[in-house]
Design a protein around this ligand. Sequence first.
Ligand code: AMP
Length: 497
Amino acid sequence: MNLHALFAIAAQRNPRKVALHYAADGVTTTLTYAELYTAVDRLAVGLQQWGLHKGDRVAFFLGNRPEFVIAYLAVIKLGAVMVPVNLRYRRLEIGHIVADCAPRLVVTEREQLPVLEDAGHPQAGDLPLLVVEELAAWSSDAPLSVPLVVAEDLAVIMYTSGTTGRSKGAMLLHSNLLATITGLLAAWAWQADDTLLLCLPIFHTHGLVVGLHCALAAGATTLLRAKFEANVTLQEILSGKPTLFFAVPTIYVRLVEELRSAKPVDLHHMRLFCSGSAPLAAETFTAFQELTGHTILERYGMTETGMNLSNPYVGARVPGSVGTPLPGVMMRIVDKRHQDVKPGEEGELLVRGSNVFSGYWNAPEKTAESFSHDTLGQQWFHTGDIARQDAETGYVTLLGRRHELIISGGFNIYPREIEELLVTIPGIAEAAVVGVPHAEWGEVPVAYVVCTSEVDDNGLALFCRQQLASFKVPKQFHHVETLPRNAMGKLQKHLLK
Ligand code: AMP
């Protein structure tokens, strides 16, 4: 089995079903499954004639659009490897990825040509480009001879967000991606008659692996959008067409703002709202529930592993928790010596399962550092996320990234706890807490807040002192216009420091 073969099953079942609906700048494109795979096969032939071989890397530097999907499916059908590049990346990041994975070809769109030219990397400059506006010229009606592609072959190299140092290329095999798909199809009760509204970038695991892959495997329809725009996206959700919506917490924050100023809404056609990629504040979870009647399902995953844990489709979805392991995923929570902690205690979350990637491209030492072995010799991936599992329910709460932990006078401080408290204060829209060096305590927490109205620092400090242990009270409050976030809405705390 390979990814393409899995998607083809759904397409054979209902070739006339709409696979992709795309709308941008007033132009709409609709592709049925039959039309999609005809375009995929024609491009695969063209790429083969051009000389693309199994194992070749193909970098993708373009926004969400149907041609991204067509080119991606053609590349993996040939056993070549898709390397999605974050569209916000510029010279340094693009240069690093190109030098690291040495792609044979770059799939891009006209709009991005100046960025690629500016990337100025000697290798980037020389690379052949497939500009998707010229897809027809790259396609051919000649018969396709498909190479054997098996589950153990490499499908995608996805570069991590790289908030600590250079980003690493996570090698995802067909089997890794298949495992995440099958786990999610079952856990979230995907149906062929689902319609997913997808405005997350498909260069990232959330949009690609959780969104597009599952929709294609289920034979569902994807309403693919170039980006999230609060007002436009809300109108689409209200239109009655989608049944599923996947987003990151910042999107839900914006939707809540939008819904507060709108008339009461009827969202009974929606089956599921999911959130992930960053912590969803309990505040947002509750506000969304009150405004829409829908309980957001929060899940947790990462580039290297696909999806790991999820709140249940049927059963209690708990705010602030990411639920329990998805089908096929095993987890442990361990201390610094890699010993299992007792239920209810905190430690690093490790995972194991077919969903876990096969290592970092060109970086055997980094791969070795991120895995450890248990007494049976089984390999576990260290997520770097600190977690606690409820002793009774088994639900897991994420406390923060291991490297973001603040240690003050020997006490552990999890920024997330303070951030969640700060956003409950009227006038504070967003908050980020980081540790700064301190002569006496080693480190102390300081807060960055985005305020929508005048907020007095003394009042803030007093409120925190009433609610938190003194060592957790931020020593300073910095008022900022916005917080640095990456394309997925994930806070980039290293930029604050
Ligand atoms: P990425 O590889 O860009 O998807 O980032 C993965 C990281 O995002 C994880 O290791 C977590 O730190 C974080 N993350 C993903 N989902 C959640 C969630 N539901 N709550 C908190 N953090 C999350």
